[in-house]
Write a protein that binds this ligand. Structure first.
Ligand code: 4AD
Ligand code: MG
Length: 504
């Protein structure tokens, strides 16, 4: 019996197994919020039902003790899940105490050190459920469209996405690298299957601590024979829309726990703006307006709103502190105001970060140099102008990977496409049409100083039945971070690996 199915057992006797998520007690009654993985349920344990000695054992249990409760399912609309359990018998599996994660605020480093326990918290639970839904939806989308799933190798001989971010390992006395991308292998398989997708771990030794980079992350890489860059963009759009809709349909409770404003996710129904690199640069630099506003005006306005937000929150805190210090209110009321104060302080921290960042974004947007790749702040500036994902294509070929096809009408540009998520999140997808000309590819491999002999097999694909083809890579954690509106990628994966974090 699982908590999520309680509605089918109204007024019946059931047994639930789980963990003590929360507990409050009076002299003769204990209220426990039980968590069983499928949901949460308030359980009422009264001394008169359990007998004195069992009641004392129950009252002594700490948070995260494991238990088995048998009792009657009673409808109560005010409770989480809409049902509560009036417990008549108890089996304590393990009574524990001093669970390290308390209700009060902990710093992020402490929580990361306790990641193995932190996963039990409500927000983390919700994120992981959404991750599961996203993964399942991705497979369903591609399977429904007759793509064949393939597993690319993890040990590789060559670099796919540039040589600066490789993790080197020893492979029987020879250097090998952990895969940065399954794409090159995906291209080979697409020539056998037509349409394929990989779904596996990828590794980048990004030597900077940013909120957008993990050292180990999961990537989904479809590759399609006979697709050009525009077919590719159509597929990306349809794919992202499908997955987000699945989350909206199946995870409303989880999104609510995360307090996610879902209007941004619902916007996924609207067409994604597509623009060339040239146009994107004009927008970033404030030379072209979006909906009547330049980026510079939008940022100035954002800064004003941020400052207003901070002073409103400060006023709210002051008022509540006044109420508390005046006294004469119930303990519950004090706790309520205190929790609102804590929440407001958190929000202020966020806004102050924006307040510091916005002027820097403004500067770097104004000074963006045509021809450069976009940095995180450029992506933020651009995506703040839209409330749907934006697709930027036709990039200066020098800043993109060696395998991208040149635009046949203007060979300054490579047919790469990046998808940038709104709300300042930036790149979640990178992809493009592949170069099919063997000689051009060889010259690119030389230009990127890659070892030619390790790419001979890849070049074979251009010798034997070469066809136009395209594909893309979606960073799973980047996608989840945006869907859940998290402030950092590390919460989007069960056990993050990044610079400075290898444990637990
Ligand atoms: O843009 P990238 O480097 O593209 C590729 O790897 C291509 N081979 C994909 C393809 O065309 N088949 O990476 C693709 C995506 C990025 O858009 C980003 O979402 C994610 O992978 N990504 C990272 N996610 C987390 N941490 C990192 N260090 C990431 N680097 C890239
Ligand atoms: Mg990229």
């Amino acid at each position: 019996m699982y908590i999520k199915d309680l509605s089918t057992k109204k007024d019946e006797l059931v047994t639930l197994k789980g963990w003590v998520h929360n507990k409050r007690e009076s002299k003769t009654i204990v209220f426990i919020v039980l968590r069983d993985g499928s949901g949460m349920c308030q359980c009422i344990l009264a001394q008169e039902d359990l007998g004195e000695s069992m009641f004392r054992e129950v009252a002594a249990m700490g948070i995260e003790s494991s238990v088995e409760f048998t009792g009657k399912v009673v409808e109560d609309k005010r409770q989480i899940g809409g049902y509560e359990l009036h417990v008549s018998s108890v089996n304590i599996i393990q009574s524990c105490s001093d669970y390290p994660i308390a209700k009060k605020e902990h710093g992020i480093d402490f929580l990361m050190d306790k990641r193995h326990l932190w996963l039990r918290s409500k927000r983390q639970w919700a994120i992981m459920k959404i991750r599961n839904t996203v993964i399942f939806a991705i497979h369903r989308f591609f399977q429904n469209e007759d793509f064949v799933q393939m597993d690319a190798p993890i040990f590789t001989e060559n670099a796919c996405e540039g040589t600066t971010e490789l993790f080197e390992t020893d492979f029987f006395g020879k250097s090998a690298y952990l895969s940065q991308s399954g794409q090159l292998y995906g291209e080979a398989m697409a020539m056998a299957m037509g349409k394929i997708y990989t779904f596996g771990p990828t590794f980048r030794s990004e030597k900077s601590k940013t909120r957008r980079h993990l050292a180990e992350f999961w990537m989904i890489e479809p590759e399609m024979a006979f697709y050009d860059i525009f077919d590719n963009m159509d597929l990306i759009e349809r794919f992202l829309r499908y997955v987000v809709n699945e989350v909206l349909e199946n995870c409303s409770a989880e999104l609510e726990i995360l307090e996610r404003d879902t209007t941004m996710l619902q916007n996924i129904a609207r067409p994604f703006p597509r623009m060339t690199y040239d146009q994107a640069v004009r927008i970033i630099k404030g030379e072209e307006k979006v909906n009547g506003m330049t980026t510079l005006e939008t940022l100035e306005e954002d800064l004003k709103k941020t400052r207003e937000g901070i002073s409103m929150l400060e006023k709210d805190i002051e008022e509540r502190e006044g109420i508390i210090s005046a006294g004469g209110i119930k303990k519950g009321q004090v706790a309520f105001h205190q929790s609102k104060i804590d929440q407001a302080k958190q929000e202020i921290k966020q806004l102050q970060e924006d307040e510091r960042n916005i002027p820097q974004w403004l500067e770097s947007a104004k000074n963006f140099e045509y021809g450069n790749d976009f940095g995180g702040s450029d992506e933020t500036v651009l995506t703040r102008m839209f409330d749907v994902p934006v697709m930027v294509y036709d990039w200066p070929h020098a800043v993109k990977a060696f395998y991208l096809k040149r635009n046949p009408d203007d060979d300054r540009f490579a047919r790469g496409v990046d998808v940038l998520a709104p709300e300042g999140y930036g790149e979640i997808v990178g992809g493009g049409e592949r170069e099919t000309n063997e000689e051009l590819l060889r010259s690119k491999i030389i230009e990127h100083q890659l070892p030619m002999h390790e790419f001979e097999w890849y070049l074979d694909l251009r010798k034997y039945g070469s066809v136009p083809h395209a594909g893309f890579g979606l960073g799973l954690e980047r996608f989840i971070t945006w869907i859940c509106k998290l402030s950092h990628l590390r919460e989007a994966i069960p056990f993050p690996r990044m610079m400075g974090r290898l444990a637990p």
